[in-house]
Design a protein around this ligand. Structure first.
Ligand code: RIB
Ligand code: CA
Length: 324
């Protein structure tokens, strides 16, 4: 029986949230996507939703319902981010904090026919976990605001989640938006801290420790876009500019590694159970994660550390170049 999942995303044009969703939707024998919930992160929610609706239409999966979620983090804000930068140096990517209010049509110039559901992401999360106790895997590939809000409202549901699989954090490697912090956890550290403290039976972290091991390079990109499908045309539109200007460029495909593992867990070659702490003190290490020492100990979670690059990219290529 396929795993029932909710895909909680901060969206992308293609790389990497949209590519991850396209991969998962390509294996309905393994994964049953009950819904897509959108959270602010890479993009503001209304724009992110349009990207994901476009993707779902493109791959013929627009029967998967999409729900709009939290438009801002629990505490972090554009003003706070500006104060952080003024005092402790640049945050290299601030996603939705730097975006305007205007919602543009996704690539292709027209909005998808399917619209977001009237229910919000938080009620959908609550209702779905309640209806399928011990069966729902939450796949959180953006800031964890939606998950935190749902489980703050209904903490009794945390033990009824089957598993939380999240992309974010950095256990033993530097961050990617500040020296200390990875983007998803920097955008909403308070949400991540709250969620990681909950008694969810199984939590799996795909942080930069593992995702750094599998950058996408131009030769594979070129081979994939040469297949010229609707999906690889979107891939080309989104990712070619960087490769065109720098043939040695690389792309991190963070969320896609999380998606690939849900389809084939054997892609991960090293993992450890570790107590992970999230730094929520407003300072230079805000949003950073570390292996916790001290008392009381943080809850122990499964932290993915290395990946079989060839196996991962074989799956990535096969799923994203499939004929639709
Ligand atoms: O740091 C990488 C993460 O931040 C990915 O999930 C990417 O999509 C952005 O959300
Ligand atoms: Ca993401």
């Amino acid at each position: 029986m396929p795993h029932r999942i909710i895909f909680d995303t901060d969206s992308a044009v293609f790389n990497d949230d949209a590519a991850a969703l396209a991969m998962l939707a390509g294996r309905p024998d393994v994964v049953d996507i009950l819904g897509v919930t959108v959270v602010a992160g890479n993009y503001p929610v209304p724009q992110g939703a349009e990207h994901m609706l476009h993707l779902l239409e493109l791959i013929g999966a627009d029967d998967i319902p999409l729900y709009l979620g939290a438009e801002s983090p629990l505490v972090n804000s554009p003003a706070q981010a500006a104060r952080q930068e003024a005092r402790w140096g640049p945050v290299s990517f601030k996603g939705a904090f730097d975006a305007g209010d205007q919602v543009g049509p996704p690539h292709g110039g027209r909005f998808a026919a399917a619209r977001p559901r009237a229910t919000g992401a938080v009620p959908f999360l609550i209702d779905t976990i309640e209806r399928h106790p011990h069966e729902v895997t939450l796949v959180a590939v953006g800031p964890m605001t939606n998950v935190a809000l749902a489980l703050r409202q209904r903490p009794d549901l945390a033990p009824l989640v089957k598993r939380l699989v999240f992309m974010g954090g950095n256990a033993r490697v530097p961050g990617n938006v500040t020296p200390a912090a990875e983007f998803n956890l920097w955008f909403d550290p308070e949400a991540a801290q709250a969620v990681l403290a909950l008694p969810i039976p199984d939590t799996v972290m795909f942080g930069l420790d593992v995702t750094n091991h599998a950058p996408l390079r131009k030769p594979l990109f070129d081979r994939m876009v040469a297949t010229d499908t609707p999906l690889t045309r979107l891939m080309r539109h989104d990712m070619a500019p960087r490769f065109d200007t720098d043939t040695a460029a690389t792309y991190q495909v963070w969320d896609c590694i999380t998606a690939a593992w849900l389809i084939d867990p054997s892609i991960v070659t090293v993992s450890e159970r570790l107590p992970i702490a999230v730094d929520t003190t407003f300072g230079p290490t805000y949003g950073g994660t570390s292996v916790a020492a001290g008392t009381p100990p943080a809850r122990t979670i499964e932290v993915m550390l290395d990946v079989d690059r060839e196996k991962f990219f074989a799956l990535y290529e096969a799923l994203l170049t499939r004929r639709l």
